[in-house]
Design a protein around this ligand. Structure first.
Ligand SMILES: Nc1ncnc2c1ncn2[C@@H]1O[C@H](COP(=O)(O)OP(=O)(O)OP(=O)(O)O)[C@@H](O)[C@H]1O
Length: 261
């Protein structure tokens, strides 16, 4: 496995984004490297999805610079499969013919080997989400954007899907940006967790815990519990026992979005 973990795949400086009079993102700075797993928490409506959409090139920043590596793929809360296409065709949709055999290999990696000819309607929610993951990873993304991909799954399936994503990301080493409402999920999966509030990051913490981080081993780990307590406090779920870190410096640069060479 190549060790390309130092290559910057996402670089954001002074990002500002408003919808009408409402400023949603106000001076965001962010850098994510290949092989790094970054999780973003924050109250509802604080702009987490907007940040992902900017990174995906679906929204234009009003100010600041946004650079990403060229291959960016997104997995959403719902699998978004084409119901009239079989599983393998969903995974390889849009790929050149020469790369289509990668689809079967990727399905095997997500535990769906042998299901190539199944129709999406016959899959469970967890299986459908694994197809969506295979469809994203078969494109060999340098940047993988995950927009609450586990939120619609039942608790047990969610834990299994989290473990699978951790394993696949460790193998394929994209830069990952995960948006989630689940503090435990963020701490279990991420190398870094930030909390977005009022347009800016109010926390940006390294989660320096050994891997693999199985659900059982992390449930009672004191370091995990401390991260959990801090993040829940910053999210306003637990009462504050200390002051919130002030947001990082803001800047109003010219608007730009581009690709890291
Ligand atoms: N295209 C748009 N036009 C106008 N307002 C928008 C648009 N997209 C998002 N917003 C507003 O921007 C704010 C941030 O939305 P966003 O979906 O990014 O938040 P979020 O943190 O992902 O929320 P949630 O956690 O509930 O998914 C919200 O107030 C939303 O209504």
């Amino acid at each position: 496995m190549s060790r390309d973990g130092h290559e910057v795949a996402v670089r954001v400086r002074g990002l500002r984004k408003a919808f009408g009079a409402k400023t949603v993102l106000d001076g965001i700075d962010l850098e994510v490297r290949r092989g790094e797993f970054f999780a973003l928490l924050g109250p509802s409506g604080t702009g987490k999805t907007t940040l992902l959409r900017v990174l995906a090139g679906l929204e234009r920043p009003d100010a600041g610079t946004v650079l990403t590596a060229p291959r960016v793929t997104t997995v959403y809360q719902e699998p978004r499969l084409v119901v009239a296409r079989r599983v393998l065709a969903n995974v390889t949709l849009g790929l050149p013919r020469s790369e289509r055999d990668k689809g079967s290999r990727m399905l095997a990696e997500v535990g769906l080997g042998g299901r190539e000819r199944a129709w999406p309607a016959t899959l469970s929610g967890g299986e459908a989400q694994r197809v969506a993951l295979a469809r994203a990873l078969v494109r060999d993304p340098q940047v993988l954007l995950l927009d609450e991909p586990f939120a619609a799954l039942d608790a047990l399936t969610r834990l299994q899907a989290q473990d699978l994503v951790a394993e696949l990301c460790a193998r394929h080493r994209p830069a990952v940006v995960l948006v989630t409402h689940d503090v435990d999920e963020a701490v279990r999966l991420a190398d870094r967790v930030a909390v977005l509030d009022d347009g800016a990051f109010v926390v940006d913490r390294a989660i320096d815990l050994p891997r693999p981080r199985g659900a059982a081993s992390t449930a009672s780990d004191p370091a995990v519990l401390e991260h959990r307590r801090e993040l829940l406090t910053r999210l306003g779920v637990l009462p504050a026992s200390d002051r919130v870190t002030p947001p990082s410096g803001r800047s109003g640069l010219t608007s730009d979005r581009g690709v890291i060479a």
